[in-house]
Design a protein around this ligand. Structure first.
Ligand code: WAQ
Ligand code: MG
Length: 268
């Protein structure tokens, strides 16, 4: 039980821009294979082959690692991305995010939230009341890392996602990332859609609803995507929140309930 873990992070670039990233926690036995898998992913990305890849592997003591359960997962069926964004906005409003902050985050993700209308490498931090952007670097954003599933939770999640026809890397990784974000002090909700042109799905995560996915939050072929973490720091320091998101190691050892897809109107 006291064996160390390894944080493994990958960043790939192409034509001077962020291409792909990944972050896992690994046992010693699995770390070499995971590194190889990450290199392969960067070399065969939907937006082209990586021109440079950075891998960072850091040992973490087992005593530092916190264990938590995953949130529940739902799919709200929508016909297109406009309907998806309306439904996503409704969940964010219910979670307590101000309308202006929702509209601002959606239009910034759609336009490319990094300077020069590019996709950010990490997430925006958005004040849930004022809509103001709080992350120190608007190109990098905040990269959540040091989170993963235990082997047992991974096997359970695989079989439940298979049952729903949802067992792909986008869903598995986004669910774990959102779980860590929701566990962070001061987070109100998260909004995300992918930057992969062939992956149109996205989600809203909140404490009340868990992880709610929409098959369409952007049009097919669109390369811009991103993440917004809506925050209400209430006197806590923003630096502590960023440190938690980037550094605090968390293993998810229990899965939540995974619901079958239903039309979005059924939830309102
Ligand atoms: N921390 C913070 N932001 C990140 C991270 C991270 N570790 N990884 C990616 N991002 C940001 C970055 O701006 C990317 O451009 C953006 O998120 C999208 O990343 O249920 O595939 O890896 O079907 O393209 C969501 C729906 C898929 C899954 C999300 O994101 C489902 C996805 P991608
Ligand atoms: Mg991507």
């Amino acid at each position: 039980m006291n064996k160390p873990l390894y944080s493994i992070r990958m960043r790939a670039r192409r034509q001077g821009q962020h291409l792909s990233g990944a972050e896992r926690l690994s046992s010693l036995e699995a770390v070499e294979q995971l590194a190889a898998d990450m290199v392969q992913r960067a070399m065969h990305h939907a937006r082209g082959r990586a021109e440079s890849i950075e891998l960072t592997i850091e040992q973490i003591s087992a005593a530092e690692v916190e264990r938590r359960p995953l949130p529940d997962l739902q799919t709200w069926l929508v016909d297109d991305y406009r309907q998806g964004r309306r439904a996503a906005a409704e969940i964010l409003r219910r979670a307590g995010v101000a309308q202006g902050a929702i509209d601002g985050a959606m239009s910034q993700i759609a336009a490319g939230a990094a300077p020069g209308a590019q996709t950010m490498r990490g997430a925006m931090l958005v004040d849930a009341d004022s809509g103001q952007r709080l992350e120190p670097d608007q190109a990098r954003g905040v990269r959540v890392s040091r989170m993963d599933l235990t082997d047992q939770a991974r096997r359970k999640l695989d079989s439940e996602l298979n049952r729903l026809g949802l067992n792909n890397a986008h869903v598995r990784e986004a669910l774990v990332l959102a779980a860590k974000v929701l566990s962070a002090p001061g987070i109100v909700a998260e909004l995300c859609w992918s930057d992969d042109p062939d992956y149109t799905a996205g989600y809203v995560a909140s404490a009340a609803q868990g992880y709610v996915r929409f098959p369409h939050l952007k049009p097919l072929g669109e390369e811009r995507g991103g993440r917004a973490f809506f925050v209400r720091t209430e006197g806590r320091s923003l630096a502590d929140l960023i440190d938690y998101l980037q550094k605090r190691p968390i293993l998810f050892d229990q899965i939540g309930r995974l619901h079958s897809a239903r039309p979005w109107e059924a939830h309102l």
